[in-house]
Design a protein around this ligand. Structure first.
Ligand code: 3HC
Length: 324
């Protein structure tokens, strides 16, 4: 079991720290073998590993609908999307390992410790329309966040985001197309997609994290150019992009306070229910227990695959001194 002890950050060499921060300010990319403050390494390990866990947990709510997709085209799209999410997770785990923590330890931290994964994946997928809405809103929110992370100061993370965002764009488009199809379908189909939007809207806004004033990690991450924009700035950008998309397909968003501010061009929105957000990230959301139980089961039942892969690799490793 992971204990996740967090030793105090060591005092950094002030000269090296100043050089490092100057590099970040100049927009240079930090690579794995470059000097970096221990806190930068820790912050990135935390954020990137939580991102990787989110991608993998994110396969569960959608995977649940693969057998029930209404036609072959939709089934193929959904299988491909779920597979992409697994690939994103593996890709980000690889990037995280370049910071010096083994993947097995990272996975242990979320399956048996206290590492987080995105709150959004703790909600149930009740109808087929949820699959469209996840593509449109959840992947849409992920794109807004991750397009910025493609400019993050840490090279392996930024490069991973470029490829991931390309795939997320497909995910969003298939989801929006699914929602548009249902919205112009029968009254029952339109009602089903509207109900799904009503349930997923607020949790999608929560994906961007707490208000800036309540975000303990933002100051470091913004100073070191891991984050390029704050949680609230990205949330606002997502709302501004999404309101016209909802209008275009005749759906409404469940917020009576949504109003265009003519002066700024921003869509002002109501207050998020932070008590719900805090409950979900503390492990008490509607599906937290099921999600973790499903991931633990898969991990434990997959132990023999990892052992077989390690045995195979050991058998085929060239003997010491032998050329590859
Ligand atoms: N869900 C769960 N935990 C969250 C959260 C959320 N939506 N938002 C914030 N938190 C947690 C943080 O992890 C942190 O907890 P910790 O100290 O235990 O690690 C705490 O709340 C305080 O929040 P901060 O704002 O200070 O944390 P950050 O500065 O790290 O910002 C973040 C949070 C915006 C989520 C940022 O970490 C980030 O941009 N991460 C990378 C992107 C990511 O992880 N996305 C997850 C979704 S993946 C996805 O969408 C897959 C796609 O296929 C749909």
């Amino acid at each position: 079991m992971a204990t996740e002890a967090k030793p105090a950050a060591p005092t950094e060499d002030p000269v090296k720290l100043a050089e490092f921060e100057a590099r970040c300010d100049r927009g240079e990319t930090i690579e794995p073998k470059d000097w970096m403050p221990e806190k930068y390494r820790r912050q990135l390990t935390r954020m990137m590993s939580q991102h990787a866990h989110s991608e993998v947990v994110g396969m569960l709510p959608e995977g649940n609908w693969i057998t029930r997709a209404p036609n072959l085209r939709r089934k193929m799209c959904l299988i491909a999307k779920v597979q992409d999410e697994g690939g994103h997770g593996l890709y980000i785990y690889c990037g995280t390992e370049t910071l010096g923590t083994d993947r097995a330890e990272l996975i242990d931290q979320y399956l048996y410790g206290t590492a987080k994964y995105s709150s959004i994946f703790n909600y149930p997928t009740l109808t087929w329309a949820d699959i469209g809405v996840i593509g449109w809103l959840v992947d849409g929110a992920a794109i807004v966040n991750q397009t910025m992370l493609a400019h993050a100061s840490y090279g392996p993370y930024a490069r991973a985001m470029i490829r991931i965002c390309k795939e997320e764009n497909f995910h969003k488009r298939q989801g929006y197309e699914l929602c548009a199809t249902l919205a112009r379908g029968t009254p029952a189909q339109k009602a089903m997609v509207q109900d799904a939007v009503n349930r997923w809207w607020w949790p999608s806004l929560m994906m961007f994290g707490p208000h800036d004033t309540n975000s303990p990690h933002s100051a470091d991450l913004l100073r070191w150019k891991v984050k390029q924009k704050s949680n609230d700035d990205l949330r606002q950008r997502f709302v501004n992009l999404t309101v016209p998309q909802a209008q275009a397909i005749g759906l409404t968003l469940p917020d009576p306070d949504l109003k265009l501010d003519q002066a700024t061009g921003d869509w002002k929105f109501g207050e998020i229910d932070w008590s719900e957000f805090n409950a979900v990230i503390a492990g008490n959301g509607p599906m937290n227990r099921e999600r973790i139980a499903a991931r633990r089961k898969a991990h434990e039942e997959g132990a023999w695959v990892r052992e077989a892969a390690a045995a195979y690799a050991a058998k085929h490793q060239p003997a010491a001194g032998q050329a590859a």
